[in-house]
Design a protein around this ligand. Sequence first.
Ligand code: ADP
Length: 447
Amino acid sequence: MKRKINISFWVVTVLAVVLTMSFASVVFYDLFQNQVTADLKTYAHVLRVANETVDEALLSEQAEVDHLRVTIVDLDGTVQFDTNADIGGMTNHGQRPEISEAMLYGEGSAVRTSETMAKSTFYYAVRMGDGRVIRVAKEAQSFLAIVGNVAPFVLLVTAVLMVICGTLGSMLTRNIVTPIQEMAKHINDPEPVRVYQELEPFVETIREQHKDILKNARMRQEFTANVSHELKTPLTSISGYAEIIESGMAKEREVTRFAGEIHRNAKRLLTLINDTIRLSELDASEEAGASREDNFERVDLYQVAANCVQSLQINAEKREVSLLVEGDRCFVQGSPMMLEEVVYNLCDNAIRYNNPGGYVQVKVLINKDGVVLSVKDNGIGIPKEHQDRIFERFYRVDKSRSKVTGGTGLGLAIVKHIVTQHSGVLNVESEVGRGTEIRAVFPVDVG
Ligand code: ADP
């Protein structure tokens, strides 16, 4: 960054110096040119008046002192007198721009640059009373020569400015970078490091992200610990019963019971593993930012609920619970498989946490909030203080009842995940001893 800032500074410096110097040179040279021409004009006018009285020897002497060249040209362009040259070898001057101009309009001027481009000669000519033309000339440095003279100074200024910019650049980079480095060092401090105003939104975002990362890491750690713990219980049972059978200590009729226990625990293990894998998949798809809408389609939620209720009928009958579905075709954008998981988990809970003779009522309808999926039972209910937490992983109100009925504590966490991925919201209404209603509201797919 420091290098980039320095380079930018240097480029700006060189540009600024070169442009300023170029413009200044052009403007000053123009002024200089005007001044030389104005001086020559004055000389020429003075000489025009004095010419008749001043003798040529005196004129030559004075011209030399003033570094001037004076030429007098006759009406036909022949050079009559020149302070610097032998008139014998001089060509006809009638066509020189300043002279022909003076002959025509009374006065004329011109600037001619030498072949080496180092010098420029300024000419000013005026017509005298008798028609002859008197011309005054002065040699001065050309524009290029002036630029050449200025160049070392420009280089010096550029060098000084570059050093100043380099120092400024390092100071600026230090000022910008130090708060960022400080922030990186103290990212975990509760008291945020003070940074300049422009950096505050960036710092805030980084701190939030950092907090999220830590929170996620902690949650994952807890989840892993919970999973290991949950897997341990059925595995210990399986291993225990198998050991007794293996040692031959179990009586014949006990063997069947122990095998049953092994079977039940193995099934439980499988359910646990399946639910854990499912949650990891949901987490991964969310983290990968996989655009959910990509795999979503128009789904009739009522149809999904009706199919699911049908497949759960046997479970309900086993527990002497009646399971009903009512409603109408309601369309949402989603994955039919995931929505079926939602209905399945909600109905499965409503059956398991119910009493013999109870009912489970599944309703799908549209209201002002969207498409509502409601699963209502008149089972054991959930105490108020637990209602907020039942969607957490492995959270169970009554651990033993959950386990006995084949629960893993992950069902509602999966439900919550899927409903959120479908832009839906969940709410619970429940009273101990009277029953529970869990509602998921999804946006309507207007088709
Ligand atoms: P589990 O596999 O233990 O059923 P869930 O995540 O599905 O786990 O539910 C979490 C807890 O919420 C359950 O252990 C249970 O205590 C409570 N719960 C869920 N649904 C109901 C319901 N319909 N009636 C009473 N309690 C419920």
